[in-house]
Design a protein around this ligand. Sequence first.
Ligand code: NAD
Ligand code: TYD
Length: 339
Amino acid sequence: MKYMVTGGAGFIGANFVYYMLEKHPDAQIVCLDLLTYAGNLHTLEKAMESPNFQFVHGDIADRGCVFPLFEKEKPDYVVNFAAESHVDRSIKNPGVFLQTNIIGTQVLMDACREYGIKRFHQVSTDEVYGDLPIDRPDLMFTEQSPIHTSSPYSASKASADLIALAYYRTFGLPVTLSRCSNNYGPFQFPEKLIPLMIARALADESLPVYGTGANVRDWLYVTDHCAAIDLIVSNGREGEVYNIGGHNERTNLQVVHAVLEGLGKPESLIHYVTDRPGHDLRYAINPAKIEAELGWSPTRHFEEGIRSTVAWYVENREWWERIISGEYQEYYEKMYKNR
Ligand code: NAD
Ligand code: TYD
């Protein structure tokens, strides 16, 4: 079986590549990634050693790249992680989010139609459901919750979801979708809450908490997400949406405290800053469908997962220090300038 994994040089895509290489040693993996600021070839160094893995540099929104690649590789499964993924960046520059997240998804699905596919899986987010009130812990997102987006990022992801479902209904393309809560773990780009706080706390720099820090996110360890996607791709029903989440709701302040505790750093580093415009209050996933249909359940509780994540960033300083210094982009230049 051949998997095309798009966005595999990013956080979740790379974790998925490693998960699949270990779980399915016979599977072939072709990773298509544009290596934007968020993509990092260092992350895939170990994968490159495997004869079952190959990296292709290219843009999912570029038909001239995607169609010949499909013609050559004829993947059985496409798992689309490639995206612009940071809400704050989408507030500053929405255009690239629409281009990659919407048009890129369409181009991939057009190639799937042209060359045939067993499954196209779209990796989506709980952010398409908008937010929930903080004082109603009884409310959670189900697959029936209305789409109600807040940021250009979530609106672009919701658009891609609707187009994917339209390709299923109209063209019979074998599509599945998953909507996951906030992920954390190794290889997350240090602009997202947890790695940003770890990197800054290690340097004794102030920790910028938006607003009052009372916003709630539902945190899932990244390999639990990867396991869920693997199950959906092989056993999920076509045309269906699956919510993925771990019942690990925490306020941002609780998360930052957990990081400080893990590093033995003082609370005085916390610095409250102006809130994000349109900041979603609370996300919470009801994963009953994937638990009942596919037997998935999360394996890592937040307290244990955050401890091991903090330890990973402490032990792998080189990985994120290269990013902060910009050196990883020079590495890309070296690797690709003559290709
Ligand atoms: P990321 O930003 O770490 O990685 C994105 C990857 O996509 C990078 O390697 C980048 O180079 C690549 N990419 C960007 N534009 C591309 C293009 N036009 N063509 C090819 N490659 C391109 O993102 P992530 O956190 O790993 O998220 C992966 C997916 O999971 C996204 O679709 C995101 O919406 C979704 N998701 C993320 C979370 C989370 O908490 N991080 C939660 C739920 C869903
Ligand atoms: P983020 O990691 O950007 O994920 P998302 O916005 O997709 O949930 O942010 C997680 C939460 O942390 C969100 O409520 C915004 C907040 N946050 C801060 O308070 N400070 C920061 O520096 C960042 C990056 C995020």
